[in-house]
Design a protein around this ligand. Structure first.
Ligand code: FAD
Length: 500
């Protein structure tokens, strides 16, 4: 049972990441007279800057960590409370913070993000990367490391493996190819040459890693190397908090103990069998491990039978939604991935409780061209839309699912190439019911189109293709493209004029 309610707010939002901050901005600007509270565990908030709508659904922006006073100055009706929410009492519409204060709400939005899904809990040799703090811990340990093992095949693993220098990296992926969350083997083939050359100096941010294209068998490994001079930047410490986003490694020197070359070996189609310390290794029961020379603080055995000694292991196997403080005593419907289920109004199964960003799972019937991915852009869109829904419900106005959920779109950079992902860019959920058209000019561009029933349902565009708007339109209008066949990607045809 919670203590005495200190104050009742019209709106309470939990979490100072992109979803929470965008939500309070929406609430505070829509109803300037409403009292709004943002309760967040860390001292800083995340702010979206330089927002640019690139096309109907594609958006680009930067993210900055800022003191929360910036928000309070902008919105006089907003109060930021720096404490973690310890418990939620949906019946009495109140939340209790770690410092023992209790706040009431009319409507609540949970935007508490996620935390790394660690391979094993409480093993000092296993690190997860989620926020500025954990990135700095990683940097510190890397500076003394000669070899690390990275486990995982999503965006974080990809960036890490590409960025780390001066330290051998063993990269264990469970799939047949690296980066399969974002790419297919064709895109990998396009990007491979970038692996073998030095990264460009940091005039422009260089994000994301390397791929391989052949489908290596289980147990196969592949080694990429490139020499690279070290570079150095500083980065001040902060409290733990929001997930890092694009460019998280900018300003952090990811340099290992050795000044020499970059060396990455990929172990395909394998998972972690066990992780043991050198002390445990000398225990006769661990004699089954096949060992190499030398002594390492920790050893990792993979399901392909190989064992590697290393300085530490990075667990980059995704995130778990941060739901714990909110569950006890309440009746939230949770999705299989642990997220709080939300409907097309961003409402959870508890009355007057909404959720947005990494903590929630979108459980409405999705548009055929959209899927949830726990990305920066979706955190912003969900926070913004949740705020709109909360306001509309207070005003008893109807609200329709926002257009941004019609088409999945993501814009990023890999190997310094612009990358645009649209719709079912990897044929997600289509089974064999799709065909692919590919155009590739080495070192210049890679264009892949996913067609289903003669209509475009997804695309991957790497390089300055200038096709995003036309393809976005073709996906949204579902025009029958059967008659165009491969002409669709004929570089001699100006496709924009074609479909005017
Ligand atoms: P978060 O940003 O995690 O914010 C959660 C907030 O809730 C924090 O302020 C936290 O302090 C607070 N909080 C948590 N629990 C409580 C509590 N009990 N009480 C009060 N406050 C609480 N996405 C991309 O699109 N592109 C990328 O290149 C990219 N790279 C990434 C790299 C890394 C290393 C990581 C970790 C993520 C990356 N992402 C990327 C994903 C992206 O950062 C997340 O999808 C996004 O930040 C989620 O935003 P959020 O607001 O839902 O949660």
């Amino acid at each position: 049972m919670a203590g005495k309610v200190e104050k009742v707010f019209k709106f309470v939002v939990v979490g100072g990441g992109i979803a929470g901050v965008t939500c309070v901005e929406q609430l505070s600007s829509q109803i300037p007279s409403a009292e709004v509270a943002l309760i967040t565990a860390g001292p800083h908030i995340k702010a979206v800057t330089n927002y640019k709508q690139v096309s109907k659904t594609l958006e680009e922006f930067d993210v900055e960590e800022r003191p929360s006073s910036v928000l309070e100055e902008k919105f006089p009706n907003l109060i930021v409370i720096h404490s973690a929410v310890k418990s939620l009492h949906t019946e009495s519409h109140s939340v209790e913070t770690a410092d023992g204060r209790v706040f009431g709400y009319e409507k609540l939005c949970i935007c508490s993000g996620g935390r790394p899904k660690l391979l094993t809990q409480e093993n000092p040799h296993v690190l997860g990367i989620r926020d500025t703090d954990s990135a700095q811990e990683f940097q510190k340990r890397l500076s003394k490391a000669k070899r690390i093992v990275v486990v995982g095949n999503g965006g974080i693993a990809l960036e890490l493996v590409y960025e780390v220098e001066g330290c051998e990296v063993i990269w264990a992926v469970k799939d047949k190819a690296i980066g399969n969350t974002f790419f297919d083997a064709g895109a990998a083939q396009f990007l491979i040459p970038s692996l073998e050359v030095d990264k460009p100096e940091k005039t422009a941010p260089c994000k994301r890693p390397r791929y391989t294209t052949e489908e290596p068998a289980a147990g196969a490994s592949q080694i990429f190397t490139a020499d690279r001079n070290s570079r150095g930047h500083g980065c001040g410490p902060t409290e733990p908090g929001s997930a890092l986003g694009p460019d998280w490694h900018e300003g952090i020197d990811l340099q290992g103990a050795e000044q020499v070359s970059r060396r990455v070996s990929v172990e395909y189609q394998c998972e972690v069998e066990k992780i043991v310390t050198s002390e445990e290794l000398h225990n006769p029961q661990q004699q089954t491990l096949r060992l190499e020379n030398g002594s390492w603080p920790v050893y990792i055995q993979l399901t392909n039978g190989k064992t590697f000694g290393c300085d530490f292991v990075v667990s980059a196997t995704g995130v778990v939604p941060n739901t714990e403080p909110f569950l006890h005593g309440n009746n939230f419907a949770q999705a299989d991935d642990g997220g709080l289920q939300v409907n097309d109004q961003m409402m959870t199964s508890e009355p007057d409780v909404y959720a947005a960003g990494d903590v929630c799972t979108a459980c409405w019937e999705h548009s055929p061209m959209w899927q949830q991915m726990r990305l920066w852009t979706q955190a912003r869109q969900m926070g913004w839309y949740a705020g709109r829904c909360m306001v509309s419900h207070i005003l008893s106005e109807p609200v329709e699912l926002d257009f941004c959920f019609e088409l999945f779109s993501h814009i990023t950079k890999f190997f310094n190439y612009k990358v645009v992902l649209l719709g079912k860019f990897n044929g997600q959920g289509l089974g064999s019911n799709h065909e692919l058209l590919v155009r590739c000019t080495k070192g210049h561009e890679y264009v892949k189109v996913v067609l289903s029933g003669g209509r475009m349902v997804g695309a991957v565009l790497i390089g300055e293709t200038d096709l995003e708007e036309t393809f976005e339109n073709l996906i949204l209008n579902q025009m029958d493209l059967t008659q165009y066949g491969e002409e669709l990607l004929n570089p001699d045809i100006d496709i924009e004029d074609y479909f005017d």
